[in-house]
Design a protein around this ligand. Structure first.
Ligand SMILES: [Zn+2]
Ligand SMILES: [Zn+2]
Length: 343
């Protein structure tokens, strides 16, 4: 991975983000915890979009791209990625500040179901700051304060030079979560918060590169892994006149065709093994989940008139979070997002 030097992160709000804001508002209505996550995305979507505009192009040759796809290797896995460490560090610090400035949710037992609470606790882990701060915040009984304190500690560790972000990005790209945890634990930092912030800091680069490669021919790509960056899909999307299935990558946002009646985790096409969790009411039209009894994985499907904008993938995933709750209740698991790069 090559190091590059500085560019600015513009934090201006793009008026074209209005449709995204509406979906974020829908998320905020689900529960007080969801409102906190919605506030996070409301601030983060424009920051990521602004950073995407500063990403250096890859300009990969057609023969290299073709060779990678033929070898069933994700295109970026063997490319020399021009990671601009200053740009991504600046974004990382800005994301820390977003978490630090989140307003705590107002507790409301009537709107927050137990299932929703456990779902959102899992998706947006609370922080684990040092003992002195922990005691203060436990006294206040405030998980949101824990998250804010965890983000402050991580930001200070970067600003004081204790935490080497380039190394964190490197371990994230190799999919080595244990190494991130070890690094964070040595500095008494919350590793899940660190991984979440680092992943979001890298997203603009991957989105820009996927956009650059959006015209590649993936007809020969039969894997459930993203042909651009090697991550696992966040969900399946059914869009357009043909209603074909595309897997959408949660990291770079790329979408690639995949057969509808095949498990994306293990490739099982035995219809006796594949099941379906359907929604009710309005949900029945828009969402369902495919389950696989061979590997016990599930994959959510979202039907849309047009393909979803890359900025909305995480928000839409949360908006149908009740399918995750139901699938887990039935004993199915969701494949973890992981990127595996040689860096
Ligand atoms: Zn990808
Ligand atoms: Zn399977």
């Amino acid at each position: 991975m090559a190091k590059k030097t500085t560019s600015a992160v513009a934090a201006s709000i793009d008026p074209n983000l209005a449709p995204f804001a509406r979906r974020v508002d829908d998320l905020a209505k689900l529960s007080p915890q969801a409102a906190e996550i919605a506030a996070f995305y409301r601030a983060v979507i424009p920051l990521l979009r602004a950073t995407t505009q500063h990403i250096e192009r890859l300009e990969l040759g057609a023969s290299y791209i073709q060779a990678q796809l033929v070898m069933e290797r994700p295109i970026l896995a063997d490319a020399d990625l021009p990671i601009d460490i200053d740009l991504h560090t600046k974004l990382f610090v800005a994301l820390c500040r977003v978490v630090e400035n989140l307003t705590p949710p107002t507790p409301s037992a009537s709107t927050e179901t137990k299932a929703n609470k456990s779902l959102f606790s899992n998706l947006f882990k609370r922080g684990k700051p040092d003992i002195a701060q922990l005691m203060q915040h436990i006294a206040a009984g405030d998980e949101s304060s824990l998250r804010r304190a965890a983000a402050t500690q991580i930001r200070l560790a970067v600003e004081n030079g204790q935490l080497d972000l380039m190394a964190v990005f490197g371990t994230l790209l190799t999919g080595n979560q244990a190494a991130i945890a070890e690094n964070a634990n040595a500095l008494k930092l919350d590793w899940q918060m660190l991984a979440m912030l680092a992943e979001n800091s890298l997203r603009p680069a991957f989105r820009a590169w996927a956009n650059e490669l959006s015209d590649i021919d993936t007809t020969g790509w039969h894997s459930g892994m993203c042909p651009i960056c090697g991550s696992l899909p966040i969900f399946s999307e059914i869009a357009g006149k043909e209603s074909e299935r595309k897997l959408r990558c949660g990291m770079c946002g790329f979408g690639w065709r995949y057969p509808r009646l095949v498990c994306m985790s293990c490739g099982c096409d035995d219809h006796h093994q594949l099941g379906r969790i359907s929604g009710e009411g309005m949900d029945a039209e828009k969402y369902f989940a495919q389950t696989c009894n061979r590997c016990k994985a599930y994959n959510k499907f979202i039907a849309n008139f047009d393909p979803l904008a890359v900025e909305l993938l995480q928000v839409e995933d949360l908006l149908c979070g009740h399918f995750d709750v139901e699938a887990r209740r039935l004993g199915y698991t969701r494949s973890k997002n992981q990127i595996a790069f040689d860096v």
